[in-house]
Design a protein around this ligand. Structure first.
Ligand SMILES: Cc1cc2nc3c(=O)[nH]c(=O)nc-3n(C[C@H](O)[C@H](O)[C@H](O)COP(=O)(O)OP(=O)(O)OC[C@H]3O[C@@H](n4cnc5c(N)ncnc54)[C@H](O)[C@@H]3O)c2cc1C
Length: 360
């Protein structure tokens, strides 16, 4: 195949760009550093139980963007799973997000919808909620002592004055019926697309190379880390990473739901995920006598760790701007995705961004 476009990075951003290029008649070579495609949305199926394990943490597809929903539904159908998250605090569980269910249970009261705003405007109430559900969790997530977490963040947390415990506001939600990996297989299943894994693209001098070999002089759509591309010449962009501990348990149902947040600072993990709950339609999996859970610990990042959450501050913004001004100097290079943009994107925002990329 004579290649006339290169996509480096086969996450959701790169695979969407590759598909668009292929459908526009370009011959696309997809280069992926890892041995498999899918980026951080990649899953593994446990052979014994059939449980789909989200290797890089739980991923729930949710969107209110019609073009994105239409686009993904060309490739996979969704199971209609609606995401709910529980919070565990001092031995009791509460429904998130912050709304009537949580407030009434926590304070042992029976507020009506019209009474929520006034109740939460009382500092003592909002402080009690902040201390129980936000202070410890935020301190673990960002690696700061609990006393350093700014209590004013509670003012920015939306409060629902109803019993809606759906975690996301988006009408369209779900998990692909055939699993996340099938989304990537189908996006890349096009006669104009060739995929090469274990292929890391690097900039040597002014030239992009893979495994030391020159690339054809064609547009390159890159979604790896922007600082890695320039060999960290100005320093590393800072990230938070996660330690994810997976365990198979000889119980049918461990926690009765897919995600429980542990909000106290003295519990070392932030969340426990239980994957079988993402596919309630898979009766055999649900009935299986085993389950698989994942404990999520937030940790500081060093080179070589998986980058998960960018740390947005004045210093990182300045560093990012330096790399961005280098990137525009590289001919025919388009940088995007969460690593290229150094930005947290949900999957739908990633697809939205890649649907907007101008194709050369
Ligand atoms: C813990 C966590 C949970 C999340 N949960 C949700 C959720 O529930 N719902 C939701 O919508 N979104 C969620 N997200 C966001 C979601 O993971 C991202 O939107 C998505 O992964 C972004 O895709 P991407 O293609 O930009 O990046 P990635 O998925 O990171 O893909 C980038 C790819 O580029 C490859 N690569 C890197 N460098 C090179 C190179 N030099 N050459 C070749 N290839 C390279 C990488 O190996 C990788 O495969 C979550 C994110 C995190 C961190």
């Amino acid at each position: 195949m004579t290649v006339d476009s290169i996509v480096a990075g086969a996450g959701i951003w790169g695979c969407t760009v590759a598909r668009r290029l292929a459908e526009a008649g370009r011959k696309v070579l997809v280069l992926e550093k890892r041995p498999v495609v899918g980026g951080n949305v990649r899953c593994e199926i446990d052979e014994e139980t059939g449980i789909e394990i989200h290797k890089y943490g739980s991923h729930i597809f949710h969107t209110h963007i019609p073009e994105v929903w239409e686009f993904v539904n060309r490739f996979v159908k969704f199971n209609g799973y609606q995401h709910k998250v529980l919070a565990w605090y001092q031995g009791k569980t509460y429904f998130l997000p912050l709304g009537l269910a949580l407030i009434n249970k926590f304070f042992g009261i029976e507020l009506k919808p019209g009474e929520v705003a006034d109740f939460m405007a009382d500092e003592a109430h909002s402080k009690a909620i902040f201390d129980a559900f936000f202070r410890g969790y935020t301190s673990k997530q960002w690696g700061k002592p609990p006393e350093e977490i700014d209590p004013s963040i509670i003012k920015r947390v939306p409060v629902r004055s109803n019993y809606d415990v759906n975690y996301f506001n988006d009408y369209n939600q779900g998990i692909p019926l055939t699993g996340y990996n099938s989304l990537f297989e189908r996006l890349l299943d096009h006669p104009n697309i060739e995929v090469r894994c274990n292929a890391e693209i690097r900039l040597e001098g002014n030239d992009l190379k893979v495994g030391g070999d020159d690339l054809p002089n064609v547009p390159v759509y890159y979604s790896g880390p922007i600082d890695a591309l320039f060999d960290y010449r100005f320093g590393h962009l800072p990230w938070r990473t996660l330690r994810l501990e997976t365990e198979k348990l000889a119980v049918k149902d461990y926690q009765g739901t897919s995600v429980v947040n542990y909000t106290e600072a003295n519990v070392p993990y932030t969340r426990i995920h239980e994957f079988k709950h993402y596919h309630p339609e898979q009766k055999d999996v649900m009935e299986c006598e085993n389950t698989i859970i994942m404990r999520e610990y937030s940790a500081s990042w060093k080179l070589g760790d998986e980058p998960y959450y960018p740390i947005d501050n004045a210093e990182s913004r300045e560093l990012l701007a330096k790399y961005q001004s280098e990137a525009v100097k590289v001919e025919k290079l388009v940088v995007g995705g969460r690593l290229g943009g150094y930005k947290y994107y949900d999957m739908d925002r990633s697809i939205e961004a890649s649907l907007k990329v101008a194709l050369d």
